[in-house]
Ligand binder design. Structure first.
Ligand SMILES: *[C@@H]1O[C@H](CO)[C@@H](O)[C@H](O)[C@H]1NC(C)=O
Ligand SMILES: *[C@@H]1O[C@H](CO)[C@@H](O)[C@H](O)[C@H]1NC(C)=O
Ligand SMILES: *[C@@H]1O[C@H](CO)[C@@H](O)[C@H](O)[C@H]1NC(C)=O
Ligand SMILES: *[C@@H]1O[C@H](CO)[C@@H](O)[C@H](O)[C@H]1NC(C)=O
Ligand SMILES: *[C@@H]1O[C@H](CO)[C@@H](O)[C@H](O)[C@H]1NC(C)=O
Ligand SMILES: *[C@@H]1O[C@H](CO)[C@@H](O)[C@H](O)[C@H]1NC(C)=O
Ligand SMILES: *[C@@H]1O[C@H](CO)[C@@H](O)[C@H](O)[C@H]1NC(C)=O
Ligand SMILES: *[C@@H]1O[C@H](CO)[C@@H](O)[C@H](O)[C@H]1NC(C)=O
Ligand SMILES: *[C@@H]1O[C@H](CO)[C@@H](O)[C@H](O)[C@H]1NC(C)=O
Length: 382
């Protein structure tokens, strides 16, 4: 368990996020796969876990004459014996590079494969990474980024792919049991697929599958407020209440001064500043039971609550200290972690629609693909 926790922590920081606004978005954690060679049950050497396979997927399931595109997938059959299940998952809204851990027994997918003598597959979602029906992300191309097309991709893969393992051409549904797994959005996609295309997958397993769309989901933060260290919660609430009060009074000068305490004075919109303050709370989601020390969330609370080696009591140190220590944490540590060398507006601003993470139509811009799905498809909530 300890080794697993450390691995999970190592994989959780979302590096290379074009705009930090989406940091809080739940996504499946990536975990590095320890370097090793793999063998089948009879000792035959198998291809490297990171080997990329390609499937000829239909561009448009409603219009198959449009032809196919290359959809990437990864597969591990080290535990496979004839008769075993085929376990399929898409990481959903991400480039699937680095998700090969989900075909190893470090994850539950691989553990099921190990226990049931199955084979595990990760497949990249259309319009993410390098699995694109068309070679750009214009709105004309993104018209084919729909939940229905994504469901049909999974079904078409299961029913037509000749898998690279020996005997992989005779394990279609009906010949072998298929299990569909997903988490977060792809967990929801799993349940949609089970309902929309019954009879293909023998079992669907959705982990944290989203069930309801709530646009302004304030209550996301309620368990964090309640269960984080009480002193830290108290001080965070004091700062937020202070900002809320200035906002209600249209005290723009006071808000500017507060932003400057965080070295975020250059942010033009108070909404972007308030969103930035949420990031420290989003980090709660990345905690793994029993492994708190050194996590971003606890670095944050320690910065607020430990003064000269002394922990604050349950009521915290109060508003002034909270502003200073929280601001200092951003200034010295968290800004760099979040934004690296980007300027404040580029990193944290969301109002400029010409910003490349919105407007760049080059493939593998997941922010653009994902925003398309969230805005135009009534199917996801955080
Ligand atoms: C697997 O592939 C990776 C990336 O190409 C490479 O670094 C690694 O050495 C390979 N491992 C084995 C066991 O062949
Ligand atoms: C060992 O398993 C592989 C499939 O993983 C198969 O191709 C090969 O024929 C098997 N060898 C023997 C001796 O059974
Ligand atoms: C996971 O699989 C490897 C072989 O790839 C095996 O050595 C290891 O014991 C397995 N882990 C567990 C927890 O069963
Ligand atoms: C985007 O791809 C579509 C489909 O291939 C093509 O018709 C269109 O010209 C491309 N647009 C740009 C801006 O590359
Ligand atoms: C105060 O904050 C510290 C630092 O995060 C934490 O370890 C401690 O448990 C908190 N104590 C109380 C009473 O909330
Ligand atoms: C808020 O204050 C700014 C200047 O400080 C002013 O331009 C703006 O009109 C005020 N807004 C409201 C709603 O009063
Ligand atoms: C903290 O912010 C102030 C004001 O923006 C700046 O002058 C100072 O260099 C910053 N310190 C660090 C360590 O970034
Ligand atoms: C900024 O973050 C990078 C990693 O993203 C790290 O290598 C570097 O040391 C950090 N710089 C400072 C001044 O903390
Ligand atoms: C768009 O994204 C591509 C790929 O990441 C990059 O090479 C290109 O410079 C970007 N264009 C702009 C205008 O940012």
């Amino acid at each position: 368990m300890w080794a697993l926790s450390s691995l999970l922590l190592a994989g959780l920081a979302r590096a290379a996020i074009p705009n930090a606004m989406l940091r809080g978005m739940p996504s499946l954690p990536k975990v590095p796969v320890p370097e090793r060679s793999i063998t089948s049950p009879n000792g035959t050497a198998l291809p490297n876990i990171s080997t990329v396979y390609q499937f000829d997927q239909l561009i448009d399931h409603d219009n198959p004459v449009l032809g196919t595109f290359k959809q990437r997938y990864w597969m591990n059959w080290e535990f496979y014996e004839p008769g075993g299940p085929i376990i399929l998952m898409t990481p959903g809204e991400a480039n699937a590079d680095g998700y090969d851990v989900y075909i190893t027994n470090i994850t539950i997918n691989g553990l099921i494969a190990q226990q049931q003598n199955g084979a595990a597959i990760i497949i990249e979602h259309r319009f993410f990474g390098y699995s694109n029906p068309y070679d750009n992300l214009t709105s004309q191309s993104l018209a084919l980024l729909t939940i229905q097309q994504a469901i049909d991709d999974l079904v078409y893969f299961a029913t037509t792919a000749d898998l690279p393992m020996p005997g992989g051409d005779v394990v279609k549904p009906g010949q072998a049991p298929w299990i569909l797994i997903g988490g977060s959005y792809s967990g929801a996609l799993t349940s949609y697929t089970m309902v929309n295309k019954p009879g293909i997958f023998w079992a669907g397993y959705g982990s944290s599958a989203t069930v309801q769309t709530i646009t302004d989901y304030y209550d996301y933060f309620t368990p964090i407020r309640e269960y984080m260290p009480q002193n830290c919660s108290f001080d965070v609430q004091a700062v937020i209440a202070y900002l809320d009060q200035m906002y209600a009074a249209n005290d723009t000068a006071g808000i500017k001064t507060l932003q400057e305490s965080f070295a975020l004075g250059a942010l033009d919109h108070v909404g972007d500043f308030a969103t930035a303050l949420q990031y420290n709370l989003w980090d709660w989601q990345s905690l793994v039971p029993g492994a708190y020390a050194g996590t971003w969330f606890y670095q944050f609370c320690d910065a607020l609550e430990v003064k000269n080696g002394v922990n604050a009591g349950p009521d915290g140190w109060g508003l002034d200290n909270a502003i200073e220590s929280w601001g200092n944490f951003w200034n010295t540590t968290y800004y760099n972690h979040t934004c690296q060398d980007k300027d404040v507006e580029t990193c944290l601003g969301t109002f400029d629609l010409t910003n490349p993470y919105w407007s760049n139509v080059t493939v593998d811009n997941w922010v653009r693909s994902w925003t398309w799905m969230v805005w135009f498809l009534p199917s996801w909530a955080s």
